[in-house]
Design a protein around this ligand. Structure first.
Ligand SMILES: O=C(O)CCC(=O)C(=O)O
Ligand SMILES: [Fe+2]
Length: 301
C-alpha cells in the first residue's frame, strides 16, 4: 500500500491517506520523511494511535523531548480535563499553559535546544473551536520587502516563557521544569536557515521579546509586525480536528496556535515533541540582565 499525498490549499502542508502509522515499514517511512521536508506539515487522518505508537512514530524523526520532569512522559495529554473528568479552573497553572498555546509560537524556543517538530493527535474534540492553526514562516520571509529583509538580517531576539506567560498574567515559577533560563534567556536569530532544505525562514513567535540593538518599543513593534504579516492567507492552514487525526509540523519553519473553544467541553489531545539538532537548534545563551521578574501585563501576542 502506497500513501496518497494530497497538498493542502496553502503555501505548505499535505494530507497523507492510505497509511497506517502504527505499522510503518522503512520504505513508507522514507516517503513520510521526504514529504515532511517537502510540505513542512502533514495531516494523517484516522490513525487513533496509542501513546506508545505515537512515541514510536515520533522517534523516527529524532529524540523525544521530555515535556515534564517525568522521564517517562514522552507522550503527554494536552487536555482541559482532570483525570476525574472535572474541567480545569482558570487559576490552575495547566489552564494558563493551555491559554498560552493560543498565542502564535514555535515550541521550546525558550529552552536552550528548540524543538525540531511537534506531533499532536486528537482523542476528544469540542463541537466548535479548538482548531490548530499553522502559518508558514518560510513563505512569510519570502514575501517580505527587501528593506525589511535587510533590516532584520542581523537581528536576534531573546526567548522566554517567563515573559510570554507574564503577558497572560501567569507567573511561571523560576526553577520549575518549564522556564529553563535562569542563566539568561536564549538568543535566537530572527531569520533561520532550515538545516535540511536550506530555505530562509522567519523565526519568532510569542516567546520572543527583546532585540539587542533596538529599544524595547521598537522591538515589540517589529515582532508584532512580522507576526501579523506572516499569519495571513495563503500562508496559513487551520486544521479542524476529527478524533484519530495526527498532525506533525516542522517547528523550524512553521508556527502554530490553538484556537479557543468552550472550556466546559472536553478537548483531549496527545502530544509528542521531537528535539532539535544541536547543530541548528541550540541557541546562544543570552545575557539579558532583565530576564527575571517579569510583571504580568495585559497583552497577548
Ligand atoms: O492544542 C493545540 O492545538 C496546540 C498545542 C501545542 O501548542 C503543541 O502541541 O505544541
Ligand atoms: Fe506548541
Amino acid at each position: 500500500m502506497k500513501p496518497t499525498i494530497t497538498p493542502i490549499d496553502a503555501t505548505f502542508g499535505a494530507t497523507v491517506a492510505n497509511i497506517d502509522l502504527a505499522n510503518l515499514d522503512d520504505a513508507t517511512w522514507k516517503i513520510v520523511e521526504d514529504a515532511f521536508h517537502t510540505y513542512a506539515a502533514l495531516v494523517f487522518p484516522d490513525q487513533h494511535l496509542s501513546q506508545e505508537a505515537q512515541v514510536e512514530f515520533s522517534s523516527r524523526f529524532g529524540d523525544i523531548e521530555l515535556l515534564r520532569d517525568d522521564p517517562n512522559a514522552k507522550a503527554v495529554p494536552i487536555s482541559n480535563q482532570n483525570p476525574d473528568g472535572s474541567v480545569l479552573k482558570p487559576d490552575e497553572s495547566r489552564f494558563k499553559s493551555l491559554r498560552g498555546n493560543e498565542g502564535w509560537h514555535i515550541d521550546s524556543t525558550y529552552m536552550p535546544l528548540a524543538a525540531k517538530a511537534g506531533v499532536l493527535s486528537a482523542i476528544t474534540v469540542p463541537p466548535e473551536g479548538g482548531e490548530t492553526e499553522l502559518p508558514d514562516m518560510r513563505a512569510g520571509y519570502d514575501a517580505l520587502d527587501e528593506a525589511t529583509k535587510t533590516r532584520i538580517a542581523g537581528l536576534s531576539a531573546y526567548h522566554s516563557l517567563y515573559q510570554s506567560q507574564a503577558r497572560l498574567g501567569h507567573i511561571v515559577q523560576s526553577g520549575t521544569s518549564y522556564g529553563y533560563h535562569n542563566k539568561g534567556a536564549p538568543l535566537r536569530p530572527l531569520v533561520k536557515t532550515h538545516p535540511v532544505t536550506g530555505r530562509k525562514t522567519l523565526y519568532a513567535g510569542r516567546h520572543a521579546y527583546r532585540i539587542p540593538g533596538l529599544d524595547d518599543a521598537e522591538a515589540e513593534a517589529l515582532l508584532e509586525e512580522l507576526l501579523e504579516f506572516t499569519c495571513q492567507a495563503p500562508r496559513i492552514y487551520q486544521h479542524k480536528w476529527t478524533p484519530g487525526d495526527l498532525m506533525i509540523w516542522d517547528n523550524r519553519c512553521i508556527m502554530h496556535r490553538a484556537r479557543p473553544y468552550d472550556f466546559n467541553q472536553p478537548r483531549i489531545m496527545q502530544a509528542t515533541r521531537i528535539s532539535g539538532d544541536p547543530a541548528s537548534e541550540l541557541a546562544a545563551t543570552g545575557q539579558d540582565d532583565r530576564a527575571s521578574g517579569f510583571e504580568p501585563s495585559a497583552t497577548n501576542r
